[in-house]
Ligand binder design. Structure first.
Ligand code: MNH
Length: 460
């Protein structure tokens, strides 16, 4: 029988437990640091609640076993339910709306479906490029903010036929009111995810703002849905059409109004920040590694010789092998979704550690991607780790930027397609000069992002 005790941090406080050494502003990086002290698994017990963290490849292989563990809607996700309800990302596994929506939406994420989104993704990236071209050379671009506009536009247009007008000149400087409200609501959900005694006493104003924000964003989404319903001619075989018109083959049912709204909000939230921040990290690595950027440029130049605006087709995105490896390696070092929760479906063990039914653990992918299987130079950015022969030599469970199992990312193909395409066009068009003295600072707000990262983009 497995009986090893899961390590815990030093300085356990009587009654309260392992409350020392948490970092609200950078929880994932703090957890990574803690793993370096305590090993591939550790547990905090706070007021009797167990918080368990796992990074070790062997342990992760077991916890990814769908027969023994399933997705756990951890506290940060449960908090998001005030905004996105039972949308795909935050639904409990047993909720009937999960499988209904999963079945209905899967056809929207096949390779065939990507073909339909490709033109929109290409045109949207070109709008960003046109705007960057007009800028004075000396101007710095706020990379995470720009990438966020790009990917929000891509999912809005490709998924729902909705534009945030991010690249319209008058809108350029300001944040879209929808985006502003959504970001405030997300921040609010995240901040209230960590219990702080007596916060409730001072929270009135923030609560009212939050209610107004949620009312506003749901209102906008309801309008998008109503517009489409009122004008069937506007149908374009996108995610919205699937949700409005198709039935779940298993239950024979359609999605209800509220659930459709929850899904639209889910896709706008889950479908833009992670990709945007991954693109921002990729540009950070390219600016820091000019030789790697040059190799990517050479790849684009070889595939579209002499073209000022490469006319990349859907099929050709798959040929951008070097650019793809840059994306893969970026998501290894900074998986923008830093981890995922798993819970035991019955009493079980992982390694020599016992898990009781419904005990959960957070798989810190950020740490898994630095496991000893990645070698002594795991901190080094090296896209060649993703050469086909190297990938084949590694077990699959050591690289999980898109999660695992039934509840893995439904938008994976969408994300990879948009990121590879956008990165290819940007690296082909520009040289990147980082701000002198910039030190990578990774910010955390559910997702990870390179905080304050700015670039001077020089047209080639
Ligand atoms: Mn995405 C689930 C990472 C892009 C829509 N996504 C997940 C999970 C991870 C993840 C990890 C699993 C979470 C969990 O187990 O609790 N996602 C990413 C990353 C990127 C990304 C790193 C980009 C890079 N995701 C996208 C895009 C979309 C999307 C783009 C939509 C167009 N993701 C989802 C949805 C889910 C999800 C929806 C929930 C799927 C489910 O549970 O059925």
């Amino acid at each position: 029988m497995a009986t090893r005790t899961i390590p815990h941090p030093p300085r356990r406080v009587p009654l309260l437990g392992d409350i020392l050494g948490m970092d609200r502003s950078a929880p994932s990086q703090r957890t990574l640091w803690q793993h370096r002290q305590l090993g591939p698994i550790y547990r905090r017990v706070i007021l009797g609640t167990k918080l368990t963290f796992v990074t070790g490849a062997d342990l992760v292989e077991e916890i990814n076993d769908e027969k023994r563990f399933r997705k756990h809607v951890g506290r940060p996700l449960a908090k998001l339910r005030t905004i996105v309800g039972d949308g795909l990302f935050t639904a409990f596994q047993a909720e009937p709306n999960w499988s209904k929506a999963h079945n209905i939406l899967m056809p929207g994420f096949t390779r065939e479906a990507m073909r339909g989104y490709h033109r929109t993704m290409l045109d949207t990236t070109r709008e960003l490029i046109d705007r960057w071209d007009e800028r004075a050379v000396a101007e710095y671009v706020d990379v995470p903010a720009e990438m966020s506009k790009l990917t929000l536009e891509m999912i809005g247009r490709a998924g729902f036929g909705y534009s945030f007008d991010s690249f319209v000149e008058a809108r350029d400087a300001e944040e879209d009111p929808f985006v502003a409200a959504m970001l405030r609501a997300l921040r609010h959900a995240e901040q209230t995810a960590i219990p702080i005694p007596f916060r409730g006493l001072f929270a009135g104003k923030a609560e009212r703002q939050n209610e107004a924000d949620i009312a506003y964003i749901t209102g906008v989404v309801d309008e998008v849905i109503a517009d489409r319903r009122a004008d069937p001619g506007a149908s374009r075989q996108d995610l919205l059409d699937l949700m409005l018109h198709s039935t779940d083959p298993d239950s024979g049912e359609r999605l209800d109004e509220v659930n459709i709204r929850n899904q639209v909000l889910t896709f706008l939230v889950a479908g833009h920040e992670t990709s945007a921040n991954a693109l921002a990290f990729a540009l950070y690595f390219l600016a820091a590694n000019p030789a790697i950027a040059d190799a990517a440029r050479a790849e684009v130049a070889a595939l579209w010789p002499g073209q000022d605006r490469p006319e990349i087709s859907y099929e050709e995105v798959a040929k951008l092998r070097h650019v793809r490896r840059i994306v893969d390696e970026t998501l290894r070092l900074w998986p923008t979704a830093p981890g995922y929760f798993r819970e035991a479906v019955a009493d079980t063990t992982i390694g020599d550690y016992e898990f009781e039914e419904s005990d959960w653990a957070f798989v810190l992918v950020l740490g898994l991607h630095r496991d000893p299987v990645w070698g002594p130079d795991a901190e080094t950015f090296d896209p060649d780790r993703f050469l086909p022969e190297k990938v084949r030599a590694r077990p699959g469970h050591v690289y999980k930027p898109f999660g695992t199992g039934l509840r893995a990312c439904i938008g994976r193909q969408f994300a990879l397609h948009e990121m590879v395409l956008a990165l290819a066009l940007l690296v082909h068009r520009y040289e990147f000069d980082p701000e002198p003295g910039y030190q990578l600072k990774v910010g955390e707000q559910l997702t990870l992002k390179p905080e304050g990262f700015r670039l001077q983009v020089r047209r080639r």
